[in-house]
Design a protein around this ligand. Sequence first.
Ligand code: HSE
Length: 449
Amino acid sequence: MKPIQVGLLGIGTVGSGTFNVLQRNQEEIRRRAGRGIEIAMVADLDTERARSVVGDTAKVVGDAREIIANPEIDVVIELIGGYGIAKALVLEAIAAGKHVVTANKALLAVHGSEIFKAAAEKGVMVAYEAAVAGGIPIIKALREGLTANQIQWVAGIINGTTNFILSEMRDKGLDFDVVLKEAQRLGYAEADPTFDIEGVDAAHKVTLMSAIAFGIPVQFDKAYVEGITKLSAADIKYAEQLGYRIKLLGITKRTDKGIELRVHPSLVPTKRLIANVEGAMNAVVVHGDAVGTTLYYGKGAGSEPTASAVIADLVDIARLHTADPEHRVPPLAFQSNTLVAAGGELPVLPMSEVVTSYYLRIRVADEAGVLAKITSILAGMGISIDALLQREAGEVSGDSEGSQGVPQTDLIILTHATREGDMDTALAQIQQLPTVLAPINRIRKEELN
Ligand code: HSE
């Protein structure tokens, strides 16, 4: 059978990796796919660079639309990124009857419903294994391997940049901005790291996992997103003393009221495997009712790890190209006519309805009755305390006396699970106490058991 013909849009890091791995492993890939997979055309604004990667093996063009217009091309790989031209090209490729492979989590998390609908109408596949956790086959696992299960929750370290920063903060006792600068100098963090450090990239990825875990549409606009920029070395150290590590987690959970969909720093017990995922590595834990807890670990970015996921999608497409569209795996795991409507039976819950436990660090004047006032406010909101530490403020931060010369101390409180709305009310009251001397640090805590 003639090799399936692929057009590649964008040949940067992942595109080059895809080309190289396809070349290197072509014989094994052909035996698995049942036919060859050939990158026949490459589009990149930098045609010189593209030629230096592919040589004479593929036609290089500067205009992506030349690929879309070519009737010989069966599959378009979109590796441009972002929502702008990438969205237009993906929709045009679908309209031209091409299957699409993309690593573009931002595009699918925000415009996925429109794109999957267009693909269904045209009878083509949109595959996106590389969009979540790079080389880890988590889409395959959630969509196919765990298909027997009612998924109960998914929690993942799905942004390598922030995990690298948090690992360095813990190892070296440094604050966020110092480590960020070092990460940028070493090339681990982008010059503009906003999407990573503010949690947006992780939120794109958890939005996709939420949709395929629960059979709901992609709803990035309903995700709660909080990054790591406010974390201090002191919180990381106190968490460690209490038996926890702080990780930026993407979490999605089924509850009686609806679906939780959130990204924020979380304390995770040090004894959990995921708490020990360090550096730029990614890991995802999935809990299904039948299988229990499963863990997936690996490289979440990089040239060949991401290429591994892109090529897995190409192989799926090569195998299913001639199949009746109704017999293919649905893009969001559930048959599209059974997806629960946004806001319907399984609404994405506002953060105030999320139930979780908390780490609180409260800088107070070190005088009689301060703790009693705080615990009485918590008790008044029905919030139960799990553990409590008092540390001289100077033990970590070197300023046990405030600017007014008042002796200060840090109260660190771990709570049992409570509704976030109740915690908000309690914290607003505690913050008003004259003996509370600084904004309260609140970090959510996940036991993941
Ligand atoms: N910027 C992402 C990360 C990789 O740091 O994990 C691509 O999603």
